[in-house]
Write a protein that binds this ligand. Structure first.
Ligand code: SIN
Length: 283
C-alpha cells in the first residue's frame, strides 16, 4: 500500500534519490511529508515515478513546502496560474532551462524549491542534469573558500550567455512558451557567492548561467574565475542525471542544487508542468 512505507534509494554519490511508496495524488500525512522533506534536505533532489496527478494535486504538494512563487516572465496555465507549462514542440529549436542554473537566481528572493512533473516525454533524450553545490563548495581549497566567501555575484535574467560572451537574449528565443514583462530583463540582483542553507546550515556555491559577473568587478575581470567555478561546480562527480518517463516527478532544492535541461531531442515534443516555491534572500 502506498504512503505507509516509503523507500529512499540514492541514484548517485553526490546527490539525487528516488523515493518509492508515495502517491502524490493523496494528501500526504505529516510523517510521510516529513520523510520526503528529510530526503530532500539530504539528497538535494528527489524523484518519484509513475505518478498520476492533476495540476491542482501538483500544486497542493508544492504548497506543503511554502508559498508559491510565480515566474516573472512566463505565464502559468490559464485555469491554474501557479502551474507553468514548459514545452518544446517538434519545431522549436531552443528549450527552456538549458544550461546550468538555479531557479530565478536573478531575483532578490529566488525560488526555494521546484516541482517538475512529466506530461509528455520523447522516446529518448530530454534528460535533466543536477549538480550538488554542497559538494562543489566542499571540494574547493581553503584559499578559494576564503576568497569565495568574500565575493558577491551580480545576476540577471538574461545573462544566459555562450561561454565568454555577454548576455544574448536567451528568453527571446523560446518560440512556443509565452513571455511577459520583458522590460525587466535587465534588472539585477546581488547574492553572496557562497550561501548558507537555512535548514541544513551547510555552505553551498551559489552560481549559474544567470550570473553575469562579480559585484565591484567588470565583466572581463570576472570571467576567468566565473568560468572556473562553473566548470568546477558541474564536475561529473558532483552531478546526477534523471531519465524522465511520463508520470515522473522531480523535486529539487534550488538553494543547494543546479540543474540543466538537455536539449538533445530535435523534432520531438516534451511537455512538463512546473511549480516553484517562494524562497528568502540568500545569506
Ligand atoms: C527548468 O529549468 O526548470 C526546466 C528543467 C527541465 O525541463 O528539465
Amino acid at each position: 500500500m502506498r504512503n505507509s512505507v516509503i523507500a529512499v534509494e540514492p541514484i548517485a554519490g553526490a546527490l539525487g534519490a528516488e523515493i518509492a511508496g508515495v502517491d502524490l495524488s493523496q494528501d500526504l500525512e505529516e510523517t510521510v511529508f516529513d520523510a520526503v522533506h528529510d530526503a530532500l534536505m539530504q539528497h538535494g533532489v528527489v524523484f518519484f515515478r509513475d505518478q498520476d496527478i492533476t495540476p491542482q494535486q501538483e500544486l497542493d504538494f508544492a504548497k506543503r513546502f511554502g508559498e508559491i512563487h510565480f515566474h516573472p516572465f512566463v505565464a502559468g496555465l490559464p485555469e491554474l496560474p501557479e502551474v507553468m507549462e514548459i514545452i518544446k514542440t517538434e519545431t522549436d529549436i531552443r528549450n527552456f532551462g538549458e544550461g546550468w542554473h538555479t531557479d530565478q537566481m536573478f531575483l532578490p528572493e529566488p525560488a526555494l524549491a521546484t516541482v517538475l512533473y512529466a506530461k509528455e516525454i520523447p522516446d529518448f533524450g530530454g534528460d535533466t542534469l543536477y549538480a550538488s553545490m554542497y559538494a562543489a563548495y566542499d571540494a574547493l581549497s581553503d584559499g578559494m573558500k576564503e576568497l569565495a566567501g568574500r565575493l558577491k555575484t551580480v545576476n540577471l535574467p538574461d545573462a544566459g550567455r555562450p561561454r565568454g560572451k555577454p548576455a544574448t537574449g536567451s528568453y527571446n528565443n523560446l518560440q512556443t512558451m509565452g513571455l511577459s514583462d520583458t522590460e525587466n530583463y535587465e534588472k539585477l540582483s546581488e547574492h553572496p557567492l557562497v550561501r548558507v542553507h537555512p535548514v541544513t546550515g551547510r555552505k553551498a556555491l551559489y552560481i549559474g548561467l544567470h550570473t553575469e559577473r562579480f559585484a565591484n568587478m567588470t565583466w572581463a575581470e570576472s570571467q576567468g574565475l566565473l568560468n572556473f567555478l562553473i566548470d568546477h561546480a558541474t564536475r561529473p562527480e558532483f552531478t546526477c542525471r534523471f531519465r524522465w518517463r511520463e508520470g515522473s516527478l522531480a523535486l529539487w532544492d534550488n538553494r543547494a542544487v543546479l540543474h540543466n535541461a538537455i536539449n538533445d531531442y530535435p523534432g520531438k515534443r516534451r511537455r512538463m508542468h512546473r511549480v516553484t516555491v517562494k524562497g528568502d534572500a540568500p545569506y
